[in-house]
Design a binder for this molecule. Structure first.
Ligand SMILES: *[C@@H]1O[C@H](CO)[C@@H](O)[C@H](O)[C@H]1NC(C)=O
Ligand SMILES: *[C@@H]1O[C@H](CO)[C@@H](O)[C@H](O)[C@H]1NC(C)=O
Ligand SMILES: *[C@@H]1O[C@H](CO)[C@@H](O)[C@H](O)[C@H]1NC(C)=O
Ligand SMILES: *[C@@H]1O[C@H](CO)[C@@H](O)[C@H](O)[C@H]1NC(C)=O
Length: 409
């Protein structure tokens, strides 16, 4: 059937391998074989399917490596291979699929370093989901060039190194643009799948169901359960559009950024199971959209901030495993001196933050100016007024006498 443009065979328990004769359907724009029992490896003839825009083979038992020829699909927009048993590296030929908007390779056995070319050449990418594989090594700085990226899910891998500071430059996570109108509807007897830029919805008999909770239209970064270290980059708080941030189960150290409260759209913040220290910034109570918070199993200290949305979090388990945290909802009462003493924290803030450094410099400059003015103001007055000078030196002598007395006793 070389004229076929849509082939949608889903959830009907088709089994066996994908025959290479499928490459004879040269007009094919949409190929959806998701949620069946397909097995074996992929055919090696993809260069013939020049028009293919959607390839969805997710949720089968396919295995083997991704063939190089997949990289010839210059029109490809959606590459959905999640929930299979693919392994190995991603072929570098995939960087030629420069129109890709959505890559979902989650829940497979890929093991490689994250390719830098994803950030260099796949500039249209809105969703990158590589969750639950064995990707290792660091997160390439090139990923910060993905200016349309709205969902980054690298959770459950073996990634190490620090979270790149340049993540604060992911522009689609700063300004939340309306969803791109690009969409493809594919109909079958029982259901319709709507592939929209950034979202994939499965519509059954007119009712919208979420295809996958992680693919909701949300701005999300999930780096949980890796081996990431270093501090949370201050610049991450630039991502004003962020609705989900999950950094749980890594080895992240340092403080929670002071400006965390500027992420006003944040609905879910999970920083549990790391080695975060210091106090919880009081700005966290500015997160009025928050409906899930978890700071458990860190090394946080001091009083739990209160106010606004934070009052709604009554479950003490979200703070547990921080033996030096106190205040409600924990049963440990704070000592009186453990107040919201947030001001001096600025000194320890990320030195990379230019703005903060600037403010700090002015603080010291104005302190010096204040000191000079005050000192010479007093000295000048003493020089001019003889009576005050005498009074002052008598007072100072009195103090010195008393100190000497204390010393001898
Ligand atoms: C995966 O496919 C099976 C049928 O093979 C289906 O029952 C299940 O709901 C599918 N899972 C997802 C997440 O689509
Ligand atoms: C972020 O983007 C700005 C402006 O485009 C650039 O000057 C800066 O170097 C970038 N920062 C990082 C860490 O990449
Ligand atoms: C964050 O990630 C961890 C590990 O992947 C998971 O157990 C947890 O449920 C996630 N948190 C939220 C709020 O989804
Ligand atoms: C918070 O995180 C811890 C550790 O990751 C987990 O055991 C606990 O169930 C989470 N609590 C909530 C309320 O999600």
């Amino acid at each position: 059937m070389p004229m076929l443009t849509h082939l949608h065979v889903s959830r009907i328990m088709v089994n066996g391998a994908i025959p290479s004769s499928i490459c004879g359907i040269t007009s094919l724009g949409i190929l959806i074989l998701s949620s069946n029992q397909l097995s074996g490896s992929l055919p090696h003839c993809w260069e013939k399917l020049e028009a293919l825009q959607i390839l969805d083979l997710s949720n089968n038992s396919l295995s083997g490596t991704i063939p190089d020829s997949l990289g010839s699909l210059g029109s490809l927009l959606f590459l959905m291979l999640s929930r299979n048993s693919f392994y190995g590296e991603l072929p570098s030929s995939l960087q030629n699929c420069s129109n890709l908007r959505n890559i979902d390779l989650g829940e497979n056995n890929f093991s490689a370093e994250l390719p830098k070319w994803i950030g260099k050449n796949l500039a249209s990418l809105g969703i990158l989901r590589l969750r639950s594989n064995s990707f290792h090594g660091g997160i390439p700085l090139e990923f910060c060039n993905l200016s349309l990226l709205r969902l980054l899910d690298l959770a459950h891998n073996e990634l190490s190194g620090a979270i790149p500071h340049c993540f604060g430059n992911l522009s689609s996570m700063i300004m939340v643009a309306p969803v791109n109108q690009f969409s493809v509807n594919t109909s079958s007897i029982s259901e319709q799948i709507v592939y929209m830029d950034g979202v994939t919805l499965r519509v059954i008999k007119g009712r919208e169901l979420e295809y996958d909770k992680n693919l909701r239209f949300l701005v999300s970064i999930d780096l949980s359960r890796n081996h990431l270290s270093g501090a949370i980059p201050m610049k991450l708080t630039n991502l004003l559009g962020l609705s989900i941030l999950n950094l749980s189960a890594n080895s992240i150290i340092g403080k929670i950024p002071e400006k965390i409260g500027s992420l006003r759209r944040l609905e879910s913040l999970d920083l549990s199971r790391n080695q975060l220290s210091g106090e919880i910034p009081s700005s966290i109570s500015d997160l009025t959209s928050l409906n899930h918070l978890n700071l458990s199993y860190n090394e946080l200290v001091g009083r739990i901030p209160s106010g606004n949305q934070l009052q709604a979090f009554e479950d003490p388990s979200i703070y547990e495993g921080n033996s030096k945290l106190c205040g409600l909802p924990l049963s440990l009462k704070c000592q009186d001196n453990e107040t919201h003493d947030q001001a001096p924290n600025h000194v320890n803030e990320d030195i990379e933050d230019d703005e903060e450094g600037f403010e700090l410099k002015w603080f010291y400059v104005s302190m010096a100016v204040g000191f000079v003015v005050g000192y010479f103001g007093l000295l000048g007055t003493l020089l001019v007024k003889k009576g005050w000078r005498n009074a002052c030196s008598m007072y100072l002598e009195g103090i010195i006498d008393r100190v000497q007395l204390l010393w001898r006793n």
